[in-house]
Design a protein around this ligand. Structure first.
Ligand SMILES: CC(C)(COP(=O)(O)OP(=O)(O)OC[C@H]1O[C@@H](n2cnc3c(N)ncnc32)[C@H](O)[C@@H]1OP(=O)(O)O)[C@@H](O)C(=O)NCCC(=O)NCCS
Length: 164
């Protein structure tokens, strides 16, 4: 299979983005399987409304990984972000990383995270940071294998940072 990473370009890409953002949101809900799809969508809507983030803003960048130029397999959502809280420098924040189930365990998330590092350098920055839920072992293993350091924990949240 041949995989290619491209920037998000059109409205179909945005639909894919929103769908995977919702899927990743579900991974952050405790006991998500106790809720119906409708309830989860309502929670997602409330979360979105409580948040002033605009991924269409120019500080944001979304890369989609394609299988053979025909199928979207996953994405990474990045932001060139001001210092906040314990992250005291301008940095790249990873808002979402998601590979659709049928494409997992083929190294695609690793490729996207390496692309994120490239984009970070292009932005003139040398720090990437992100948040993971403590029981999301696949993603934590991935970040740790890429030398992200756990810099803070709070309840079920783990905050990681990598200096290039
Ligand atoms: C986490 C996720 C992005 C990994 O994507 P992936 O393409 O399958 O990951 P890769 O194939 O690139 O794996 C890279 C490394 O991640 C780790 N990893 C991935 N899946 C794993 C699993 N199920 N268990 C343990 N480690 C895992 C391993 O270290 C792996 O390296 P290895 O193959 O040398 O062992 C994917 O499972 C996913 O999209 N999950 C749902 C969304 C999500 O939880 N996103 C997190 C932020 S909200």
């Amino acid at each position: 299979m041949s995989f290619k990473i491209k920037e998000l370009e059109n409205e179909d890409d945005w639909i894919f983005f929103t769908d995977l953002d919702f899927q990743s949101f579900i991974t952050t809900i405790q006991d998500a399987n106790q809720f119906s799809e409708e309830e989860l969508r309502q929670k997602y809507k409330e979360f979105e409304e409580s948040d002033s983030l605009n991924p269409r803003d120019s500080h944001h960048k979304i890369f989609i990984i394609w299988d053979n130029n025909t199928t979207r397999a996953g994405l990474v959502w990045l932001c060139n972000r001001e210092p906040f809280w314990r992250f005291k420098e301008q940095h790249v924040w990873v808002y979402n990383l998601h590979i659709i189930p049928q494409y997992r365990n083929q190294g695609l998330a690793r490729k996207l995270m390496l692309k994120a590092e490239e984009w970070c350098v292009e932005q003139g920055l040398n720090v990437l940071a992100l948040h993971a839920i403590d029981d999301n072992l696949p993603v934590r293993e991935l970040y740790e294998s890429l030398n992200y350091k756990l810099v803070e924990t709070h309840k079920e949240s783990c905050f990681y940072e990598k200096r290039l």
